[in-house]
Design a protein around this ligand. Structure first.
Ligand code: HEC
Length: 395
């Protein structure tokens, strides 16, 4: 999965170009330092090569985070180097790359001790990110009451879906990705899309010719502060970055506009808008953890990674009901019913396949339908447990 960018010829050229640009820049501003240019350690950035608007290994459109990284490296007086890693799960990626010492910094982590603290430390906040309300221009929404009587596209298993679940006066149109949410708007199937803001903004810019207005939202599980993450041993680098961030504020604001990220005053969704018992989280910690994983996975239409409590509950149900066919703890030598291979088998469609199969079953093949037996929350918990046991093979 991991692709070291400096490995391929094309990327080496790019690294060289960056290095040359840096030498040229420092020659103008700090002639004395140039003598030691080749001694400067690169500022190594971990990023996903296919995650626009945030990051990309394409030189023409590197993405919001990568360009912030470039500006930081320049201000630090270091050349930049990239460690590309295609992320599926936020925490796993951070563990392998940042904590595996393959890079010095990861841009866009949620600034929260609950996110892998104390192993990961954070810079100050550089942006706010979250879900957004997308609608035709000139239709200010201004909060949950503004959604009354409208058809609202919400992504399956997302915070907005939970938030609106008990509102009978708001018609929900369930979609599986932000892309589908934008299509629902475009095709007139929804009046508003309540979806992951950065992707909405990016699509609005690249696909829909800026036709929609996008309002950022804030509230529990809806938005978070994005920061730069470092390994806990990098306090010195973190402090230097914090000292530089204020002078990059304008650059960062310009980049947000360039990549279509929703800006401006967020629409507040108060706590009272969250119907009791509908949220999937189990306390603030769990919400932050879920959000943290949304950061890395939402753009790919993946659901949030699970909380420990969800995993525990799911495992219990699994071992009580599913294990006698699928094996205790899902350990099963017969490939066809080895649920540790779901991701391997279905990739991005894993969740969808799981969902249909557990609801409808495959009666002809001996897999019962469970939709009368378990609630969707329980299916979510079982899924959370299954996520923790995925593997590439069952040998
Ligand atoms: C009576 C035996 C039995 C029980 C109990 C059972 N399953 Fe299954 N399950 C099967 C069989 C057999 C298949 C394979 C069907 C096929 O080959 O298409 C299957 C397939 C699946 C699949 C799809 C696997 C794939 O690769 O396509 C999922 C997901 C699944 N089961 C989840 C569960 C969950 C969750 C439970 C518990 C709530 C459960 N099953 C309980 C027999 C069972």
């Amino acid at each position: 999965m991991r692709r070291n960018h400096l490995g391929s010829g094309k990327s080496r050229n790019r690294a060289m170009t960056a290095l040359v640009a840096w030498v040229a820049a420092s020659a103008m501003t700090a002639p004395i330092a140039t003598a030691h240019a080749d001694e400067a350690q690169p500022f190594r950035l971990c990023a996903d090569p296919t995650n626009l608007p945030f990051s990309s290994d394409g030189a023409s459109q590197p993405g919001f985070y990568v360009e912030i990284g470039q500006a930081l490296a320049q201000a630090l007086g270091q050349p930049i180097a990239y460690d590309w890693y295609k992320s599926y799960f936020g925490k796993r990626t951070v563990r392998v790359t940042l904590l595996g010492k393959q890079c010095d910094a990861m841009i866009g982590l949620p600034r929260s001790e609950d996110f892998m603290g104390p192993a990961v430390i954070f810079s100050n906040t550089f942006a706010k990110e979250g879900y957004a309300l997308v609608a035709a221009k000139g239709q200010a929404i201004g909060g949950v009451e503004g959604l009354k009587g409208r058809r609202v596209a919400v992504q399956f298993a997302s915070t907005p879906q939970n938030l609106l679940a008990s509102r009978d006066d708001i018609q929900k149109v369930t979609v599986l990705s932000p892309e589908e949410g934008m299509q629902a708007l475009d095709q007139g199937k929804a009046d508003v899309a309540f979806i992951w803001g950065p992707v909405a903004g990016w699509l609005n810019k690249t696909t829909y010719r800026d036709r929609y207005q996008i309002e950022l939202t804030e509230g529990e599980g809806l938005s978070w502060d994005a920061a730069i993450g470092f390994a806990k041993t990098s306090t010195e680098l973190r402090d230097r970055v914090d000292a530089i961030l204020p002078q990059l504020q304008k650059t960062i604001a310009d980049l947000a506009v360039k990549y279509g990220l929703p800006t401006g005053q967020p629409v507040r969704f108060g706590a009272q808008a969250v119907p009791a018992g509908v949220t999937t989280g189990t306390g603030t910690g769990a919400r932050v953890t879920e959000i943290a994983n949304v950061v890395a996975t939402e753009t790919k239409g993946e659901a949030a990674a699970p909380s420990a409590e969800a995993v525990g509950t799911g495992k219990e149900i699994f071992n009580g009901t599913c294990a006698h066919c699928h094996g205790p703890d899902a350990i099963q030598s017969e490939k066809k019913i080895d649920l540790r291979l779901l991701r391997h088998r279905y990739g991005d469609e894993m969740r969808e396949k799981y969902w249909t199969t557990v609801h409808e079953g495959r009666p002809a093949k001996g897999m019962p339908a469970w939709k009368e037996v378990f609630t969707d929350d329980q299916f979510d918990n079982i899924y959370s447990f299954l996520l923790t046991v995925q593997s590439e093979s069952n040998d």
